[in-house]
Design a protein around this ligand. Structure first.
Ligand code: ADP
Ligand code: MG
Length: 406
């Protein structure tokens, strides 16, 4: 059996018309001889009646204490979506079976709202496929061994799709969404962002971990373990999208030669820069006190810079009040800049290439934008800018690296 997993995101299943386009893709795959397993997200985005956030809003925020029941509630969105999808598919004369997470054999641990898939027992799915049916699995959910329903957290449907791809030894996992593929930057920010024809698992993982929300990094890591290719494609068109594999399978010679210095640019908004300065001679205990206190209060720190005058680091805006409370409790008066954005310039070709930082600084400074802090790894350079400068800085960088010509 040649199995294809096709995952349709929120906007792809939101309306009858978009579901119709999704169904086209399923029928195409069947015509090509594939047995198709479909994974669906809940319908629409925040504000839409059956979207996960809308279901959650039935319960007042202060009453959202029972995590087990919240997972029961949140798992309804995908179920509604799957049943609507199956009904519409039958209208085209295609037999379909809807399975929720536990029915599909997706076994998770019991960590509600962020459960991890432990194993998948695909027997039932395979039985249905044998009967020439399309199996429609609710994304974002599974079941713990004690019959509890669990949800998988952010990007959970992507994870359901690739985990099923691995369990079923699928030929490909298709991630259908509302953009034409993985782009050199978020198309909502950069008009002339271009589609990447092929990327490696590592490249897209880096982009996704740095904020590009087109696919969840956990989903990519799962596919990578068994080398299952992923295609990120648009529901609205028949274009090929972006192929994600372990190596570039491109006919473009420059991709083979690896001279793709920068793959793409992505960002994380709503972060706060915190700087703590030390009294003369006190910088060693201060450094230790600050990071120990952040750790003890479960505040995750990023872009860390430690020097003899003090320390600088970032936290999410959400964690800022708590971080300030803790630091003041220790007797420090930190300097803060909230509402900042961390821009990541990602590319496997960045390592060791002279002049990359010069290009970055040049692009940003030419726009009169101040770089508040920076950091680098072998695949990524980060710059921290004020939130109000974010869009301008990203566009300037996109131009500087000529990513519109990809
Ligand atoms: P879905 O509901 O289909 O899972 P998501 O909203 O999770 O869709 O992901 C698709 C969105 O990701 C796009 O609409 C786009 O705005 C955003 N995005 C951010 N960075 C990128 C990028 N580099 N390439 C493509 N899309 C991106
Ligand atoms: Mg998504």
């Amino acid at each position: 059996m040649r199995i294809l997993v096709q995952k349709f995101g929120g906007t792809s299943v939101a309306k009858r018309e978009t579901r119709e386009q999704a169904i086209e893709h399923i029928m195409d795959a069947r015509r090509e001889g594939y047995s198709v397993v479909v994974v669906v997200s809940a319908m629409g985005r925040k504000g839409d009646p059956y979207a996960t956030d809308s279901l959650l809003s039935i319960i007042d925020e202060k009453d959202r204490t029972n995590r087990r029941e919240l997972d029961l509630l949140m798992s309804c969105g995908e179920l509604i979506s799957a049943v609507a999808f199956a009904a519409q598919l039958r209208g085209h004369g295609v037999e379909a079976t809807v399975l929720n997470g536990p029915q599909a054999g997706i076994v998770t641990n019991e960590d509600y709202s962020r459960a991890q898939i432990v194993t998948i027992q695909p027997k039932r799915i395979l039985q249905e496929l044998e009967k020439d049916r399309v199996v429609i699995v609710t994304g974002f959910q599974g079941g713990a061994p004690n019959h509890e329903i669990t949800t998988l957290g952010r990007g959970g449907s992507d994870t359901s799709a690739t985990a099923l791809g691995v369990a079923l030894d699928a030929e490909i996992v298709d991630i259908f969404t509302d953009v034409e593929g993985i782009m050199t930057a978020d198309p909502r920010i950069v008009d002339n962002a271009t589609r990447l024809q092929t990327v490696t698992y590592t490249e897209i993982c880096n982009l996704a971990y740095q904020g590009a929300k087109v696919i969840h990094p956990r989903a990519v890591e799962i596919a990578m373990q068994k080398n299952i290719p992923i295609r990120v494609r648009s529901t609205m068109s028949k274009d090929e999208g972006t192929l994600v594999t372990s190596s570039h399978e491109s006919d473009r010679i420059e991709d083979y030669l690896g001279d793709r210095m920068v793959t793409g640019i992505t960002q994380t908004a709503n972060v706060t820069q915190i700087k703590v300065f030390a009294e003369p001679g006190q910088h060693l205990p201060m450094q230790r006190n600050v990071f120990r206190a952040m750790a003890e209060h479960g505040i995750s720190v990023d872009l860390i810079n430690v020097n003899s005058r003090g320390v600088a680091y970032t936290v999410t805006d959400r964690d800022t009040p708590e971080a300030l409370r803790v630091l003041r409790g220790l007797g420090y008066e930190p300097e803060i800049a909230s509402g900042c954005a961390k821009i990541a310039i990602v590319g496997a070709g960045i390592a060791g290439v002279p002049g990359v930082m010069a290009l970055i600084v040049d692009a940003i400074v030419s726009e009169d934008i101040e770089i508040l802090q920076s950091a680098d790894s072998h695949t990524t350079i980060w710059v921290l800018v004020r939130g109000t400068d974010m869009v301008k800085a990203i566009r300037a960088l996109h131009n500087k690296f000529q990513l519109h010509q990809r």
